[in-house]
Structure formats: C-alpha cells, structure tokens
Design a protein around this ligand. Structure first.
Ligand SMILES: Nc1ncnc2c1ncn2[C@@H]1O[C@H](COP(=O)(O)OP(=O)(O)OP(=O)(O)O)[C@@H](O)[C@H]1O
Length: 329
C-alpha cells in the first residue's frame, strides 16, 4: 500500500467559552474539510500562518484528537477505531523545550523512553546508537540535557520520537525558537530521516525549511488547504507577478494602505527586520509600481530598493494573502 496518510473531509470544531464577565459559548471551526494523501517515504510539509489548523490536523492524524467529522487512515489504519495500531506506527515530535528530563543525560533520556515505548532490551543499545548518530549527538550523549542548546534538544526530541522505529513521524514546528545554524543542522537531520524511508509530516512557518526539505507542501489557512504541490508548483501562484522590495524606516499605516490600492498592486506585506521595515509589494508583471510606491513613501527614510522575481515566499503571500514572517512573529 503506497499511502502513509489519507485524510478525507477531515473537520474539527472546538467548543469553547469566551469572555470573562459574560462568558458565552463559541464554536471554532479549526479544520474545515481537509483532504490529504501522503505517500510512504514522503517528506510532506504543512505550511500555514498561526491558527491555520496545522496542529489540529496533526493531532487528529496522530489520534490525540477525535475528528468532528470526516475520516483519516495512517498506515492503512483508521485513526478513530484503530488507535492502537496507529500509535504503534507513529512518532510525534513537537517544537519547544518540553518532554525531556533536564537532569538526565541524553543517553539516559533515550534509555528511559526506550523502556517506556517497549523497545526490546536487546535492541535498545544499537537503536540508541543509531539515533544519536542520525541526529548528530554522538559524543555528547553523556552530557546532561540542561546544558544542551535548543537545537540539540530538538534533535534529541527527534531521536526520542524515533526510538520505536515509527513508519510515520509527525514533526510539529521543529525549528521554532532555534537559531539559524542549529536550524540548518535540524534540517539535515530531517532530510536524513527521509533517507531512512520514514514518512515525515512536518508543520512549519518557515518557507526555506519547507522548500529545502519537502517533496510536497500543502498550504493551509483558515482550516482549509489552499494549495498543494511541490515547491516549484506552488511558485506558479506568483507567476505573472513582479516583486518590489523596499527597506524603510517609519512607514505609517496610511501609507501602507495607500500602497495596497495602487493600480497593479496585487498583495503587499511588511516585515520587521531589525530596526527596518521591509515592504514587499507584488504587482502584475506588466505594471511597474516602483515610481508610485516611492512617491507614496515621500519623506520616509529609505534603504535598499530591489525589484526581483517571485520566490516561494511570494507564492505563499499570493496564496494566503499574508506574509510568513509577519505571521511567524
Ligand atoms: N483546544 C482548543 N480550544 C479552542 N480552540 C482551539 C483549541 N486549539 C486550537 N484552537 C483554535 O483552532 C484554530 C486552529 O489552531 P491550530 O493550533 O490547529 O493552528 P496552527 O496552524 O497549528 O497554529 P500555530 O501555528 O499557531 O500553532 C485556532 O483558531 C485556535 O485558536
């Protein structure tokens, strides 16, 4: 069977309360009809802004949440009626610092979790050795985890998630809060995983991560898949556009609103990079909006002004209508 994950019209509504003085019930449709096929051995990315429904989708697939409706199978087993079969075959790694014992060494953490996951004693030593190698922690395994950097912890998390040799690994925001160098090491680890034949479903805010690692990417927003394909296929969403990037200091909201309605402008977004604002303006390829944009920014201190071809990040903005960095903040 070629599919590791199949989801059909998967939905999840949260019922919660809001308000303090006059609490009232609200319903949040976090996931609204997701269809997904992930092939065995595939490294598949779920990309989307905060609140898009990525974690909710993953939690339904890894049996932590029951779908409100729809169905899903992992390794051929139903996530609601065959949870035990599913759980035996999956690993779940989420970003952040929780889930490891700080006062123990990496080796003792892995030994402990190996026991917990029922990895046969005869198999444990070799498996732990292989995993330390895979995540690049060989030689540091006897150090206490409290002295580990975030990136090292994250890689140890991945090793932990793989102890029982899952067929499918869910990686939820693995590089959140990890510095760029450590994030690169993390990406190498994830790429190495795919080479071992493990299916990986990865959620991320980071375009570069998705582009570098994933065979295919689904862009999810508002609980729905907005686009799905390889990075190259997704880039087509920004086809026929040109991109102007302006580094500026002190652009007002009204100036930004003015840019949005200039003739030919399709999307615009602002990212804060250090003390600068970086305005990205997508326009129809046939329209050069540079002169108009600069006129609107008259009086504002400007840095670099660049015209360039659209990237995957621009395609994402075209699909979701928001900037990934703005979203990741
Ligand atoms: N336990 C919960 N109760 C109520 N609402 C929830 C709950 N968990 C998530 N939500 C809401 O469901 C929506 C989807 O959330 P989800 O965590 O799946 O998004 P996400 O794409 O993973 O976002 P992020 O990138 O911020 O983790 C959001 O509006 C969120 O506020």
């Amino acid at each position: 069977m070629a599919l590791a994950i199949e989801a059909r019209d998967l939905r999840r509504t949260y019922r919660t309360r809001t308000g303090w003085l006059n609490p009232r019930r609200v319903e949040i449709d976090a996931v609204r009809g997701v269809d997904l096929d992930v092939r065995r051995g595939e490294l598949f990315g779920l990309l989307g802004p905060n609140g898009a429904g990525k974690t909710t989708t993953i939690k339904m697939l890894n049996t932590l949440l029951i779908p409100s409706s729809g169905s899903a199978r992992v390794c051929g087993f139903d996530v609601v009626s065959q949870t035990r079969e599913v759980r035996r075959r999956i690993g779940y790694v989420f970003g952040g610092d929780r889930g490891l014992y700080d006062r123990l060494s990496a080796l003792d953490n892995l030994r402990y979790f190996a026991e917990l996951y029922g990895v046969p004693a005869a198999r444990q030593k070799r498996r732990i050795g292989e995993l330390l190698e895979l995540v690049g922690l060989t030689g540091r395994e006897r150090e206490r985890v409290e002295g580990y950097s975030r990136g090292m912890r994250q890689r140890l998390h991945i090793a932990r998630g793989l102890l029982h040799e899952p067929e499918v690994l869910f990686l939820d925001e693995p590089s959140i809060g990890v510095d760029p160098v450590a994030a690169r090491e993390l990406r190498n680890t994830v790429a190495g995983l795919a080479a071992t034949g493990t299916t990986v479903l990865l959620t991320t805010h980071y375009m570069a991560e998705a582009e570098e690692l994933c065979d295919r990417i689904a862009v999810i927003a508002g609980g729905e898949i907005q686009a799905l394909g390889t990075a190259d296929e997704l880039k087509h969403h920004a086809e026929g556009r040109r991109v102007l990037e302006v580094q500026a200091f002190g652009v007002s909201d009204s100036q930004l609103a003015g840019i949005d309605v200039l003739p030919g402008v399709r999307e615009s977004s602002v990212d804060i990079v250090g003390t600068a604002q970086v305005l990205t303006v997508q326009s129809d390829a046939t329209v050069d909006v540079q002169a108009d944009v600069l006129r609107l920014l008259d009086g504002v201190r400007l840095g670099r002004v660049t015209a360039r071809q659209p990237t995957l990040e621009d395609a994402y903005v075209a699909i979701v209508g928001r900037s990934p960095v703005e979203v990741a903040a």
